[in-house]
Each structure stands twice: as structure tokens, then as C-alpha cells.
Ligand binder design. Structure first.
Ligand code: MLT
Ligand code: MN
Length: 306
């Protein structure tokens, strides 16, 4: 199984369009320790020819242009992208679908709840339903991904609930949304029958069932949004904690590094990294700390073979 990180950053990317904070300034200035990153998505292939995307980021057009394997290989119009699997309804996970219009066949796999978000937003009808199949996926059910011609892709995806909240634009004004484990925020396990890769770009807490699912895994991409829960408040960038945004932090006793200690996951890779998170900076003490703990920080163009 081949894996390419198309984008490693959280919503807003790095640098974010309206951020003048120092890390974004460093990225814009070409500082080699502050490499720009697009919004989180990975591509997976069993055969090296047909690719399944996990989430469709708003940066998908740039990601395709940066990734030769995803560019048309034959005829006047074609695409190696066979399917898109969605792990939630957030803007940074779904809006790349709008770029994939132009009557190209592929399928969109998501839970019924996430499909409902697409169904409720008529702009997604630009993906003509007779051409782009909307395939509901039942939680905890291994689902083979098929190519547009009906052949097997060689990949099977299993979606599973993780603690999360409704997308930002569906929150009720004035009230913090409840965190729930349901089919609105999910992780994906992708298998080619030999290796299994986990992709969990958004997760509000490490709950026991999730820990057991990930225990001993070969490779996990995990929510690396914030270093500390209140970093955006302390930096003056916004009023919300990471918990309020549905994300657990990388550091601290309830953080991701601590949660994975003892899970014996072989490749641990942080992804969906907010532009306020110092692990994006190669020369930061926080980056040194995650490296010392045996984690990788994903970057655009990172490749894995499992
Ligand atoms: C998040 O991951 O918290 C969301 O993508 C935020 C957003 O919609 O920008
Ligand atoms: Mn996000």
C-alpha cells in the first residue's frame, strides 16, 4: 500500500490567509524551518495506479498539481482518483469535492450523517449524481472501495466513530456543541489485505475503545491540531480552546503523546496541524519533543509504503 500526504495542516492551512502571526510570517518569508503546508488529506493506493483520497481539502487542486500520481495519465480527460472517503463534514474535509466537478466519475464514501450534510447543501449537486456515486458506509463495517468501472481497487475502508462535534457551520449560536461519538466525526482504517493504515484527523478525546482499536497498529495519522488546549487564546488568535473545537491537544496529561504511550503503534504521525502549533516549526523545542517521543510530523509530499 502506498500513501502520500497531500496536506498536513488543519483548517486554514499554513500560512493561513489572514494570519500575520510570526510562524505564518516565517512561512511566507521562505524560512526553511517553517515549510508551508496545505489542508489535511492523504492519498492511498493498493496498485500505484488508482488512488483513494481521505478527505477532499479546499487545497485539492494545488495538491493534485504537486502530486504527479494524481494527475491524468490517459486520454483527454481522466483521473487516477477513484474515490474520496470523508471523515466528517468540516469545511476542510469536504469543500475540495467542489473542485472535482467536470463530470469525472468517482465515488464519495461517507457515513449517512456526513452524506446528509452534502445532500442538504445543493452546491454539491455540481457532482452529478449519475456520474459521482454517493456511497453510504455503515460504521465498523469493512467496505471494499470499487473503481468507477466496478473493478476492485484492492482497498477496504472501515469507518469508526471518534469523539467529535458538529461542523462549525452547523453549531447552534450561543451554545457549545456537545461532544459525541457518532457517525458525524469518524476515523478511517484503510487496508489492502496485508497492511492497515489509520487516519484520524479530528478527535476530541482518546476513549478506551479507540485506544484498543489502534493498539499495535502499523501506522496511524492522528489529530495534531494544537500543542496545548489554550494556545490560540494565549497567542491572541481566537477565543476557543482546542476542546471547544473538538480536538485533543498533542501535549499534556490528556494529550495525544500521553494517550499513545503503551499502545505500541509502529508509525505515529501527527497531521491536521493548526498554524498556531509550534510543531510546524522544525527548530522549535516542541518539534524536538514529539520527535523524541517517536512521532513524525506530517508534511506535504510525505510518502509511506506499508
Ligand atoms: C476543525 O478542524 O476544527 C475545523 O476544520 C474548523 C474549521 O471548520 O475551520
Ligand atoms: Mn479541520
Amino acid at each position: 500500500m502506498r500513501v502520500v500526504v497531500l496536506g498536513a495542516a488543519a483548517g486554514g492551512a499554513f500560512p493561513q490567509w489572514n494570519s500575520n502571526a510570526q510562524p505564518c510570517r516565517r512561512a511566507r518569508a521562505g524560512d526553511p524551518a517553517a515549510i508551508p503546508s496545505t489542508q489535511a488529506s492523504i492519498a492511498v493506493s493498493a496498485d500505484g495506479h488508482h488512488w483513494v483520497l481521505l478527505n477532499a481539502s479546499p487545497d485539492i487542486r494545488q495538491q493534485i498539481e504537486q502530486t504527479p500520481a494524481l494527475q491524468p495519465q490517459e486520454g483527454l480527460r481522466s483521473s487516477p482518483i477513484a474515490a474520496v472517503v470523508l471523515t466528517g463534514g468540516d469545511v476542510d474535509a469536504i469543500t475540495g469535492l467542489l473542485t472535482l466537478r467536470e463530470r469525472q466519475a468517482f465515488s464519495v464514501l461517507a457515513t449517512p450523517r456526513v452524506h446528509q450534510v452534502l445532500d442538504d447543501n445543493p452546491i454539491f449537486e455540481v457532482l452529478a449524481r449519475g456520474i459521482v456515486a454517493r456511497q453510504p458506509v455503515v460504521l465498523d463495517t469493512p467496505t471494499p472501495v470499487t473503481l468507477p468501472d466496478g473493478e476492485a481497487s484492492g482497498l477496504t475502508v472501515t469507518l469508526f466513530a471518534v469523539p467529535g462535534k458538529v461542523p462549525l457551520y452547523l453549531e447552534q449560536p450561543g451554545a457549545a456543541p456537545a461532544l459525541e461519538e457518532s457517525d458525524q466525526t469518524v476515523g478511517a482504517a484503510v487496508s489492502d489485505g496485508r497492511a492497515t493504515l489509520f487516519f484520524v484527523p479530528s478527535c476530541a478525546a482518546m476513549v478506551p475503545g479507540l485506544a484498543e482499536r489502534l493498539r499495535g497498529a502499523e501506522a496511524v495519522f492522528f489529530d495534531g491540531t494544537l500543542w496545548t488546549d489554550d494556545e490560540m487564546i494565549r497567542a491572541g488568535l481566537g477565543p476557543k480552546t482546542g476542546q471547544r473545537m473538538g480536538h485533543m491537544s498533542v501535549s499534556g496529561p490528556d494529550g495525544t503523546l500521553a494517550a499513545f504511550a503503551g499502545l505500541e503503534v509502529k508509525r505515529r504521525i501527527l497531521l491536521h496541524i493548526n498554524n498556531s502549533n509550534p510543531i510546524l516549526l522544525a527548530d522549535s523545542p516542541e518539534r524536538a519533543e514529539v520527535s523524541a517521543a517517536g512521532w513524525d510530523v506530517a508534511y506535504d509530499g510525505m510518502e509511506l509504503t506499508l
